[in-house]
Design a binder for this molecule. Structure first.
Ligand SMILES: [Zn+2]
Ligand SMILES: [Zn+2]
Length: 304
């Protein structure tokens, strides 16, 4: 069940969000429209109703942003999209020492791309959605996933539906019980829609379970995080069967690498990559059990 938030506290948060937006108001060029219509193409099915006031700052919307009727132009323009990732591995927008580090760190993930940089405003949007149950953010954030996917496909020179299926980082049962929804699953729904072909979504599969809590990750060092992820995720009992069905589905054309299963793994935020890589390792193992090589690509809403 989604807990609705207290209106007074909302006002407080919305006001501070508005301050963030106003500070970051970038230049709005004539190319904005062209840029917007290009990137919002497959996402219309997730459109929420047009509101009179902006979801983020609460101000009245005077100009409707194509594809984002919930946001005012100022808030939309303040979204820190990652347009040109600096790190080809994890999609980070700033210099990235993590991916060039050697050693015995396992990185089963082929690559990761994220829609936005995790700045203060984005942190607040996610918090309102994830912890405060501000449901209206669900569709907006899910729609934003299309951007990262387009970025990835552009970089890889891909057209059409490239992935066999989309899956997501699971919550523990305890967290699920508290929250009533898994934000990663909702974001994965947006990615499945954006990654499909001719209006058809990619299959969205529930393949993983979180069997152990890791405690607050944000206070841990990178190495501590990587270590603490061991044994946290497991494949669900029906994972192999679901993957098997994907491989055998009629019309699956894979000329380049017939023995591979390409999965898109979705989460809300990529920080060190330890969660995503731990999940990718489990998924690879499930694919290997079927005699297939698992190519796991990461897609997150934000990159910190
Ligand atoms: Zn606004
Ligand atoms: Zn990197």
């Amino acid at each position: 069940m989604i807990v609705r938030c207290n209106a007074e506290r909302d006002n407080e948060l919305e006001w501070s969000l508005h301050r963030n937006c106003a500070d970051a108001l970038p230049l709005l060029s004539g190319r904005l429209n062209q840029f917007l219509s290009g990137m919002l193409r497959p996402i219309h099915q997730l459109l929420a109703r047009t509101g009179d006031s902006c979801l983020a700052c609460g101000k009245r919307i005077s100009v409707e942003v194509p594809g984002y009727p919930e946001l005012c132009l100022t808030c939309y323009a303040s979204i820190p999209w990652i347009i040109d990732p600096r790190c080809p591995v994890c999609g980070r927008h700033v210099g990235c020492p993590d991916c060039s580090r050697g050693g015995d760190i396992q990185r089963p993930l082929v690559m990761n791309r994220s829609s936005v940089a995790y700045n203060a405003a984005m942190r607040q949007w996610l918090a309102l959605y994830k912890y405060r149950g501000h449901e209206a953010y669900s569709a907006v954030l899910a729609r934003m996933m299309g951007r990262a996917l387009e970025q990835m496909k552009k970089e890889l020179g891909l057209r059409g539906a490239f992935f066999d299926a989309v899956t997501f980082v699971p919550l523990s049962e305890e967290r699920w019980g508290e929250r009533g929804f898994n934000q990663a699953e909702e974001l994965a729904r947006g990615a499945a829609l954006a990654g499909g072909n001719r209006g058809r979504s990619l299959p969205l599969l529930h393949l993983l379970a979180r069997v152990r809590h890791t405690g607050k990750q944000s206070f841990k060092s990178r190495n501590e995080r990587l270590k603490s992820m061991q044994g946290v995720f497991q494949a669900l009992p029906h994972a192999a069967e679901q993957l098997g069905r994907i491989i055998l589905r009629p019309g699956r054309v894979r000329i380049d690498q017939e023995k591979g299963i390409r999965l898109l793994l979705v989460d809300d935020v990529y920080t060190t990559g330890s969660t995503m890589n731990a999940c990718a390792a489990v998924l690879q193992h499930s694919c290997a059990e079927l005699g297939y090589c698992g190519e796991i690509y990461g897609l997150t809403w934000a990159r910190s």
